[in-house]
Ligand binder design. Structure first.
Ligand SMILES: *Cc1c(COP(=O)(O)O)cnc(C)c1O
Length: 434
């Protein structure tokens, strides 16, 4: 499997280099040179397969040139040792629950897969590998969990101080061992920028080995395509068109869905549902991409002003808003609407959502009400509601149960290193600590 750069199609890298470097040598994002097609009879049978079986078959089509089959089995079986329920709320609405991993958010899928894939590629190397990851809330802990105590690997998590939930902060500052949390005085976009600058800095590149675990790494997109195949199999029974509503921030999750579609999965439409950070829905409506600075919301893991995967979306659609619009419909929601959505799903279905999933839910409902109800709609629930207890509990008259794995980390003490959002300071820190 080879990958090209979104900056220049003639810049080609191998899977190993794509995973290790995180991005193309010319600073572009990597895209698969040819997207593997899944056979029609596989797609028809996914409904009777386990998530792990579906994931293995899709993973094999990406990895079998580069890794032995046993290694692919090992990655899938150890990375996805949790449930992936698809729950039918009514005839036309299902929810794909992606929060049953160790950190209670869907980022576990990508992070656990990527950690194992990286370990396969670095097993024989002497020099320590440093993973830099900017997080808007959930990525950091998922990545850190994935790499916890993996020999030869250190993880630096950059998070925007004061801009993530108390629970998210606990999750990513209490791991210790080979994980270091950096509390950046700035926004998520600042954190993302520091990571990007580190990759283009010659001193850093010459002295230490670094890679990125953000959604710009193609190894994060591959595993996120698995659950689209799985959920499609579960809901397609009556043959209605299948529509996925994806609560989006950096658009890694939605881009993975687009890739699943290009692999042959007949997804009729995607709903790009965002909070008021609505650069992509505005693009879909106006045809002009005009990203605005990030604004803070209660669905904070989606507070992204300039989504990093948008470049990949443009690449998939030859930069044509007209063509992209045929596959993707965009809509944004305020915090007030999000809260009302949480109450609405609770009243209607006694289903408790987190603020991110709520935006997926609202996107689907709005689409069904305005365009087409003769569909199988699936919205992605990307985090456990207990992660956002402060927001969700006041809206629901039933106590939200906190899973044990979350309780355990809440009892530990926060450990983080405060840094300014200034690149020189970050660079100096990195070169001293590694
Ligand atoms: C990261 C995240 C999102 C957004 O996913 P993208 O792939 O960045 O679009 C949505 N919900 C939750 C809970 C997240 O952590």
């Amino acid at each position: 499997m080879i990958f090209y750069s979104t900056n220049n199609k003639s810049t080609i890298v191998t899977l190993r280099d794509a995973v290790l470097a995180g991005m193309a040598p010319d600073g572009g994002l990597l895209m698969p040179d040819s997207i593997p097609a899944m056979p029609v009879d596989f797609i028809e049978k996914t409904g009777s397969m386990s998530f792990q079986e579906v994931a293995f078959k899709v993973a094999r089509s990406w990895l079998s040139d580069d890794l032995p089959i046993d290694a692919i089995h090992e990655i899938i079986d150890t990375a996805f040792d949790f449930d992936v329920p698809v729950i039918q709320l009514d005839e036309h609405t299902a929810v794909l629950e992606l929060f049953h991993g160790p950190t209670l958010a869907f980022k576990d899928f990508a992070a656990r897969f990527m950690a194992r894939l990286l370990s396969c590629f670095t097993a024989d190397s002497e020099k320590e590998l440093n993973i830099l990851v900017a997080t808007s809330g959930d990525t950091g802990s998922a990545v850190a969990q994935g790499f916890l105590d993996v020999p030869g690997i250190r993880v630096f998590i950059l998070y925007p101080g004061g801009k993530i939930s108390a629970i998210q902060e606990k999750q990513l500052t209490t791991m210790g061992h080979n994980i270091t949390a950096l509390e950046i005085a700035g926004t998520f976009d600042d954190c993302q920028k520091l990571v990007k600058l580190a990759f283009s800095d010659r001193d850093i590149k010459n002295r230490i080995r670094i890679t990125s675990a953000n959604s710009i790494n193609i190894a994060r997109l591959i595993p996120q395509s698995f659950y689209y195949f799985y959920a499609y199999g579960k809901v397609r029974k009556k043959g209605l068109p299948v529509v996925f509503s994806v609560p989006s921030g950096n658009f890694g999750n939605l881009t993975a869905g687009l890739i699943a579609q290009r692999m042959g999965l007949p997804i009729a439409r995607f709903i790009a549902a965002t909070n008021i950070n609505d650069s992509v829905p505005r693009y879909l409506n106006s045809g002009t991409y005009d990203p605005l600075p990030m604004r803070k919301t209660i669905s904070n893991a989606m507070d992204v002003g300039n989504p990093s995967n948008f470049t990949r979306m443009l690449d998939l659609y030859d930069s044509s808003a007209e063509i992209m619009k045929k596959d993707i419909w965009g809509i944004d929601f305020s915090d007030g609407q999000t809260r009302a959505g949480i109450q609405d799903a609770y009243t209607r279905y006694t289903y408790i959502m987190d603020p991110h999933g709520a935006i997926g839910y609202l996107g689907l409902q709005t689409y069904q009400a305005n365009y087409d109800n003769e569909i199988h709609g699936v919205f992605l629930e990307t985090a456990h509601p207990a992660k956002f207890l402060d927001v969700v509990q006041p809206l629901i008259d039933k106590p939200i149960i906190i899973p044990d794995r979350l309780k355990a980390c809440l009892e530990k003490e926060k450990q983080s290193i405060p840094l300014n959002n200034n690149f020189d300071e970050f660079k100096q820190f990195l070169l001293e600590k590694t």
